[in-house]
Design a protein around this ligand. Structure first.
Ligand SMILES: Nc1nc2c(c(=O)[nH]1)N[C@H]1C(S)=C(S)[C@@H](COP(=O)(O)O)O[C@H]1N2
Ligand SMILES: [Mo]
Length: 231
């Protein structure tokens, strides 16, 4: 999890941390970055707004590495926020429908991005709902006002601008991703190079690597436009 760990298979170290993603999200932005709003729904008794309850959860900090599926990595990023496990146990569990085996979690970003993870993976020690980076509120680039940090999973599972989280029992329909299905592995564990659904990990790496530069550039151009408009 820390920088002195060897890089996972197929990754290359970068000394910058770009705003990044599927290119067509470069010009999609969060609508509200100043205030955290978070709704919980799915197989729950009733959809609830937990925005004001997040404040009562214990805060924590961590240094972790970040691995994009396209093969760039950035080490030792300092996040602050709440542990996903605390959020789940204290705010979600009391709302779940009894006798239902919830296994899937769908996270939604304000920009329309979304992805599904296994609940089991989100309960790991190093998974956070982060609201700070380097001790200041998350910048728009990195997920304001709230993002998922799941260091053992590729960047595309680390949904930014999170405003809704759904908890569901296993069902194919709940595997959500705003791009071609082959690009999203159900678990996307970095250590196992689960880069995508059908092809071996190294295939995705060869496919994606040439696009890193142009993608980062596109995200940078549109971020500048965003800041010109929002100050
Ligand atoms: N809401 C949202 N979350 C997102 C994305 C996005 O476009 N929108 N891109 C994903 C991808 S592919 C990556 S690599 C990381 C990049 O995080 P960063 O922009 O903080 O570097 O965010 C992930 N989460
Ligand atoms: Mo990514």
């Amino acid at each position: 999890m820390h920088s002195n760990h060897p890089l996972p298979p197929g990754q290359k170290l970068h000394d910058y941390f770009p705003r990044f993603g599927l290119t067509w999200f470069a010009w999609r932005f969060p609508t509200e970055t100043g205030r955290i709003t978070l709704h919980v729904s799915g197989d729950v008794e009733a959809a609830i707004d937990v925005s004001d309850h997040l404040r009562v959860l214990p805060r924590s900090e961590q240094l972790s590495d970040f691995h994009c599926v396209t093969s760039w990595s950035r080490t030792s990023i300092r996040w602050g926020g709440i542990r996903f496990r605390d959020f789940y146990e204290q705010l979600v569990v009391p709302q779940l429908k009894p006798a239902l085996d919830v296994t899937l979690v769908v996270l939604f970003g304000q920009d329309g991005y979304r992805n599904t993870m296994l609940l089991e993976d989100l309960l790991a020690d190093d998974v956070m709902l982060a609201d700070t980076l380097d001790n200041i509120p998350l910048p728009m680039e990195h997920g304001a006002p709230l993002r998922l940090v799941a260091p053992a999973h590729y960047g595309y599972k680390n949904v930014k601008h999170v405003h809704r989280i759904e908890f569901w029992r296993e069902d194919k329909r709940h595997y959500r991703f705003p791009g071609p299905g082959f690009m999203s592995h159900p678990r996307a564990r970095v250590a196992l190079q689960e880069r995508g659904k059908y092809l071996p990990g190294w295939c995705y790496r060869l496919l994606y690597r040439p696009a890193i530069g142009i993608t980062a550039w596109t995200f940078r151009v549109f971020s500048k436009q965003y800041h010109r408009k929002h100050g």
